[in-house]
Design a protein around this ligand. Sequence first.
Ligand code: PMV
Length: 314
Amino acid sequence: MITKEARAYVNIALIKYWGKKDQYLNLCNQASLSYTSNKYYTDAKVTINDIDVLYIDGEIANKFEQNKIAVWLDKVREIYGFKDKIKIETINNVPFKAGLASSASAYAAMSYALAKLVLPNIDKKEISKIARLGSGSATRSIFGGFVVWKAGNSHDNSYAYQLDIKWDEFKMLIVKVSDKIKTISSTKAMNLATKLAVYDDYVLKSKKDFDDILEGLKNKDIFTVGKIAEKNSNMLHEIINLSGINYYNDDTLEVIKKVNELRELKKIPVYYTIDAGANVKLITLNNYTDVIIEYFKEYQVLKTNIGGDAYLKE
Ligand code: PMV
């Protein structure tokens, strides 16, 4: 039996991707930028099989998930010209799902293993394009560290790459406020947002945020990086709210309040970013993590370190 197994880590966007200009190829309207976190990952095992089938955490996946995977595999087969049907078995080490990008690590791990199985000569840039066909944010999980997903305008030129930035003091903490799986998919919410009159302005502002955060990262300037990431996240949730959706809950708001207190009253450089779910990720420097964790002691707070590239498990 021919099998390949790969691991990929989750990534958290500091500049968010929101809105598709091509639904089939998952092309985005503006570049996004993320941090790969070492704690949470997906292991994906792929095997040539007589039918496409998906198992998640040891159990056969439901019809909805099976269908999503079959659609993705059809796209990859069409674009890359192979015919094999595939059995996929994923194991997720992602402790809670609301806005923790488990689809990113899952599609990245599946893409990496699949490429090594049926397209062994392609590089990571090409694998990031295969991951994009499954989930936009997965494009970035092929790489570790700080990663850019370049928007592009076709399958050929929309891919991820790693930034040449080594910043060990940079830390991300995840504050758990919810275990619930998001009720409205990001695809559905994005499609509502792109129809709004303010969407084009959102894209322009996000492009400016991208340029500014890149400068901050090059200078290892936590004040700029944190401020821009928080602003970009707030802007995302404003447009989500304008679409009639709200991913926050009461605890999300409480955590935001406490972040502001830490920053204003205690002068701690700590900033938040929130995805399509209620959980909050905090950005800070290594020296401040203990005092932040203490300040959030009534919450479960997970300290993460920088994660690496997706890789083949031998
Ligand atoms: O690619 P998706 O469908 O998982 O959407 C990701 C959306 C955000 O997490 C909110 C932003 C991002 O860039 O990861």
